[in-house]
Design a protein. Structure first.
Length: 374
């Protein structure tokens, strides 16, 4: 049916094309009429080899104008017919395309309908196989097995919920411990700053109240205050290290229990640990001055007499500092005053003074940079 309809459409399209072509050919034939070669002279008779006539120029003007009008009308009508033919051709092409698509769809539909009996046969075979399988096995046994598996699954889901709650609780506890350690660290730093400000204020007050104090006594008081500040810094560093150790142990316990870390240990305080490339050395002239006051300047060691041992006086040293100096710097006699006021003589090696001072300076700089980064 669709093939016959398509053939008819093609026949109509061909007829329209041929008709339009014949109209165009006729129009061209009209334009190619024989042109008479004449010479028109008013009121004269012209004789030539093939023609002899008397010509009046106004004789055929009305006929000519009539033919011109008709020709214009024919030209306009032919143009309109051409436009209509183009539109009809487009419509026919679209309709033919739709018909071809419908024909393709119908072909596919017929092919699928041809496969439908085989599909029905496969379904019937599957139903028969399922019936045979149910006949060979006990339905109650299968139901009991499924019920047992469902109970096990329910118990596992309950255990999973408990583990999730426990994990959430541990995570919150770890977060609260971390917040507590940070808060304690901030409080300790604040207390340390307040202590330093208090010591400086006391020093200024003592200087104002006692303007006639000797320079030696001022130096002695300054050294004592510096020793106190160093002891406070040492104590703060010990407490800070203890806080870090506690945080590390908490992370290790969490890793042992759960097999992973909640977050990297180096990021506990909000940023990663710095590398040697990130450490910037600052101008620490005050620190060098404090170290010179603590160890004694190189000029004082060079000005000391050769026959006499070079001596340095350390005031207010603790017993731990004495033992550290005894272990690290043996070899030269040095006099210092203990906290009880008694004098002790300890041997130190002069060759260790300069490198040890540089090493301590670098260590203090790195510690301060680490504290700033944390």
């Amino acid at each position: 049916m669709f093939d016959n309809f398509r053939d008819r459409l093609q026949t109509v399209q061909h007829d329209l094309t041929q008709g339009w072509k014949s109209i165009a050919d006729k129009a061209k034939a009209v334009n190619k009429k024989i042109v008479r070669r004449t010479t028109f002279i008013t009121d004269e008779v012209i004789e030539s080899g093939d023609q002899c006539f008397s010509c009046n120029l106004e004789a055929g003007s009305e006929i000519l104008s009539k033919f011109q009008r008709e020709w214009a009308e024919l030209h306009e009508a032919s143009r309109e017919c051409a436009e209509k033919g183009e539109r009809a051709d487009q419509s026919i092409a679209e309709f033919s395309k739709k018909c071809s698509e419908l024909h393709t769809n119908m072909t596919m539909f017929h092919a699928e309908l041809a496969l439908l009996p085989e599909v029905i046969k496969n379904i019937e075979t599957a139903k028969a196989d399922i019936g045979d399988y149910l006949l060979h096995f006990d339905v109650e046994h299968i139901t009991d097995a499924f019920g047992g598996q469902i109970e096990v699954l329910d118990n596992l889901m309950i255990d999973l919920e408990e583990v999730c709650e426990q994990l959430d609780l541990e995570r919150r506890k770890a977060a609260q411990r971390l917040k507590l350690s940070k808060l304690r660290h901030n409080r300790e730093e604040e207390n340390q700053r307040i202590r330093r400000k208090t010591l400086r204020a006391r020093m200024r007050t003592n200087n104002k109240l006692n303007p006639h104090v000797m320079p030696g006594e001022l130096q002695l008081a300054k050294e004592r205050n510096e020793v106190k500040i160093q002891q406070l810094e040492r104590q703060a560093s010990i407490e800070k290290r203890q806080v870090y150790e506690d945080a590390f142990l908490e992370q290790m316990n969490y890793y042992i229990q759960h097999g992973r870390t909640e977050e990297p240990i180096s990021l506990v305080h909000g940023r990663s640990s710095g590398s040697l490339d990130d450490i910037m050395l600052e101008d620490n002239s005050d620190m060098d001055k404090e170290l010179d006051d603590f160890f004694g300047s190189e000029a004082e060691r060079s000005d000391a007499p050769e026959g006499k041992d070079k001596e340095q006086t350390f005031v207010g040293l603790s017993s731990e500092d004495e033992e550290l100096l005894n272990q690290k710097l043996p070899g030269v006699s040095t006099t210092f005053n203990t906290e009880n006021g008694a004098e002790k003589k300890v041997d130190y090696s002069v060759k260790w003074i300069g490198p040890l001072k540089d090493l301590l300076a670098m260590g203090i700089i790195m510690v301060k940079d680490k504290v700033k980064n944390l």
